[in-house]
Each structure stands twice: as structure tokens, then as C-alpha cells.
Design a protein around this ligand. Structure first.
Ligand code: CO
Length: 302
């Protein structure tokens, strides 16, 4: 039975618009739900929008929706911008109510941390509902830094993203991840650091804003590389929102990374405050993950 559904969903996913009448005659509707932590910084929304647009372009016959996991951000957007963005369980309930049979959940999270666990919990719960309030199939993609393989892919994406900076042997690239202090998934940042070291030793320095490695660890590592005299600071996050603009590059905050690094004597510091969601190679990787859900038989079953 599983195989039948897998084949059916794959056909729906790959369907061209010309085939959509056949799809409708079967009465089975497919949707994709992009799930992000969210951001209340309007400027930073374009990174999430770019991911949604990439998914829409790749799967033109599938309906694509968006949900945010942060209730604080959802409420702030509702209050300040008058826009309602559902949380993942609201979005799935809505899709069920609208008669969708198959849903692919596409989280944009970097690590399989707390936020991702919560998405998994919701998807697992919906997958367990039989009858008219459930789906015939609901699956969820893995986050980007999901082990050795995912960290290698991300390292390759970062090598391309910072190819220009890498040409200058005196430039170090400082990446600010979010981090999660109470979760084993935080170790993914060190795995990524290893993957980056294997590709360009001494050029990338990964830290996090909420956990380890912290900026002090980044500074200590930089001191081991006196050949690095110039720095580029960039968020290792889907959006360049509050953390990127304040904790990383905030000129007024004495504890921002840019000010800490200036105090350490680095004079030539540039910032690249662009969310990873705007990176075309990262978006391609997300699409690959969606296809992998329906073509890799070993895992991805829900
Ligand atoms: Co945060």
C-alpha cells in the first residue's frame, strides 16, 4: 500500500500543468507546506519568499503554503502588519479542511533542534490520524545540517557563496548560526566546521548566537590564525533578521560580534547580511530534499 501511495504522490509532484486535468479527475489534491521559524523584519521576509517561490516554480501544479513556528513572531506580524500566518498545525488542519490528500512539509530549519522537533511532532500526529480529519500521506523533509552528509552539502554551498572572499588569503569568514543550548543537535555546527576545515582550513569560523561555539570561541580560533587580517561577517540562518542586524552587525551594541571583533583589533570588517534563503544553491538543495523524500526508499517513510 505504501508503495502505491509513494508512486501516486511522486506522479502528482512531478506532474506538469498539462497533466493537471487528470490530477483533478482523480479528486486527489497535493500541497506543500514550507515551515520557517519566521521573522518580523519585513526586509528579511524576502529570503523566506524566495524559498516559497522556488518551490512553487519547481512544482507548478502543487499548492504551496507557508507556516511559521514562532508564535511571538506570528503575533507581532498580525499586530503590526495585519497579516495572519498560521502555525504548522493550523496550516495542516486548514489543508485537511480544504480537501488535500497529500502534504509534503518542507522545514527550512538549519539543525534538527527544538523547533524542528516540534514540526516533526505535529507531522507525526497528523500522520497518525485515520479517517476524514487526516491525510492519505504526509511527509517531512530533514533540516539542512542533518549529519555528516548535510554538513558536507552545506560546506559546499558556503564555499560557492564566499568564493570571492576565499580568493583573498587574508580574509576570514565568520558565520553566525543560531544555536540551541539544551539540545544535542547543536553539535551540527561543529560538524559543519569540520566540513569547512576540510575544504578551506582556517578560512571559516562558525559560531552561534545562543549556544556554543560562542563569539569568545571564534576569537580564540581566529588568534590561532594570525594570517587572517580581514573579516567578513554573515548569518548562517535562513533570514538576515534581528540576530544578523543586531547581535552580529549592530554598531550600537557593545556586545555585537562586529564590536567584539573590532575590540580584538580587526579593522577591516565587512558584513554580508543576506539570508541563506536567498542563496540559489541552498534552494536547489531544498528541492533535492523534496525529491529525495519520494525516491529514496530506505528512509523518509512517515
Ligand atoms: Co533567536
Amino acid at each position: 500500500m505504501h508503495k502505491f501511495f509513494t508512486a501516486l504522490v511522486l506522479v502528482m509532484l512531478l506532474m506538469t500543468p498539462a497533466m493537471s486535468s487528470a490530477h483533478e479527475s482523480h479528486g486527489k489534491k497535493s500541497a506543500m507546506l514550507v515551515v520557517s521559524f519566521g521573522t518580523s523584519v519585513p526586509e528579511a521576509r524576502k529570503a523566506i519568499g524566495n524559498i516559497v517561490d522556488t518551490v512553487k516554480k519547481e512544482f507548478p501544479s502543487v499548492d504551496v503554503r507557508l507556516a511559521f513556528t514562532s508564535n511571538i513572531i506570528r503575533r507581532k506580524i498580525q499586530r503590526e502588519q495585519g497579516e495572519f500566518i498560521p502555525n504548522p498545525s493550523q496550516a495542516l488542519a486548514q489543508l485537511n479542511d480544504e480537501g488535500y490528500s497529500f502534504v509534503t512539509v518542507i522545514p527550512t530549519h538549519m539543525i534538527p533542534g527544538e523547533e524542528y522537533d516540534e514540526v516533526l511532532g505535529i507531522v507525526t500526529a497528523f500522520a497518525g490520524i485515520d479517517g476524514k480529519f487526516g491525510f492519505e500521506g504526509v511527509r517531512v523533509c530533514s533540516p539542512f545540517l542533518d549529519g555528516v552528509g548535510g554538513c558536507n552539502v552545506m560546506a559546499d554551498i558556503l564555499m560557492k557563496r564566499f568564493a570571492g572572499q576565499l580568493e583573498d588569503k587574508e580574509t576570514g569568514i565568520i558565520l553566525m548560526g543560531h544555536g540551541t543550548p539544551e539540545h544535542p543537535a547543536n553539535a551540527q555546527y561543529l560538524q559543519l566546521q569540520l566540513a569547512l576545515n576540510q575544504r578551506a582550513y582556517g578560512r571559516f569560523f562558525v559560531g552561534t548566537v545562543e549556544a556554543a561555539p560562542e563569539i569568545g570561541d571564534v576569537v580564540a580560533e581566529l588568534k590561532r590564525h594570525p594570517e587572517i587580517k580581514k573579516l567578513t561577517l554573515s548569518p548562517l540562518m535562513i533570514v538576515a533578521g534581528d540576530h544578523a542586524h543586531n547581535d552580529l552587525a549592530g554598531e550600537d551594541d557593545p556586545e555585537s560580534w562586529i564590536n567584539v571583533l573590532k575590540k580584538e583589533g580587526y579593522k577591516d570588517i565587512t558584513t554580508y547580511l543576506v539570508g541563506m534563503g536567498e542563496d540559489e544553491n541552498l534552494c536547489r538543495e531544498l528541492i533535492r530534499k523534496v525529491y529525495a523524500l519520494y525516491t529514496d526508499t530506505a528512509d523518509g517513510e512517515e
